[in-house]
Design a binder for this molecule. Sequence first.
Ligand code: NAP
Length: 312
Amino acid sequence: MEEVIIIGSGPAGLTAAIYAARARLNPLVIAGNEPGGQVTLTNEIENFPGFPDGISGMEMYGLFQRQAERFGARIEPDIVEAVDLKVRPFVVKTTSSVYETKSLIIATGSAPRRLNVPGEKEFTGRGVSYCATCDGFFFQDQHVAVIGGGDSALDEGLFLTRFASRVTIIHRRDQLRASKILQERAFKNRKVEFIWDTVVEEILGEEAVKGLRLRNVKTGQTSQLDVSGVFVFIGHVPNTSLFEGQLELDANGYIVTDRYTRTSLPGVFACGDVQDPRYRQAITAAGTGAMAAIEAERYLAELSAEAPAATG
Ligand code: NAP
């Protein structure tokens, strides 16, 4: 029987692991199908305090992991297939084992939102990408499109200028959501251009992506843009399908927590992007990870205080 299982190994999950391990709860982390989470897809993290020169997401993941293991956290490269939160102890079923645990910390993060247009599925991996760090290299001296107007679109679009000859950012409005510093960098970069008030209607190609069919949302006019790559950065959806019907989720599928990371079920805590539609930063994920572990520790202490004394 585990004291605490942590599902997910991004900044939230691994920070929870560091705190839970130091609290001598011997935490088990199920790393999931994307160990390290979304930070590992980030080329350079410039806003995590303590790294004044920036750090790559992969390097950060390595450091978090080392720190958690140093205090005894066990990190399993496994994937959770089902959880049963209706029974006590909770049951966590992975691809290789079935675990029982007194408490659970959910740090399953979120996944890139899809455009849901024709061609997207067919050309994923053949010109359609959700990760510039992973795939930018393949577009040396080519023209690529970036979809979105937030921090991710601009950050990743700027990163793509290292490889691509031209980066066209297509945004559905005429105002960017991205932070001012990224806007300034993008407007200054000669390889970056913008198409405003425009959405993608179809991704075109044969073997691989050849272009986009676009529609101006103000005029209704359609046009075609020839590109060999499309990078989609239009936000995220929380990874909560495992918990549907077992925990309270909000209208967008995020786990509802109180200000102490507690979910609708005592003993189950959630941290990081899976419960945060608002900030979604590595630093805030790490912060809520620490909170969840501290709360789990308190919950377990109360649980053992309530347990009837063993008779002998
Ligand atoms: P986001 O801030 O939610 O922005 C998503 C963008 O995609 C918005 O511009 C949105 O348009 C657009 N969009 C949404 N659905 C769309 C659709 N179906 N079709 C076309 N466009 C669509 O997401 P994000 O950029 O991934 O950022 C997520 C969080 O991570 C934010 O808190 C951000 O600050 C943070 N982040 C920070 C950094 C950094 O600090 N360097 C880097 C990356 C991410 P509207 O604007 O019209 O809604």
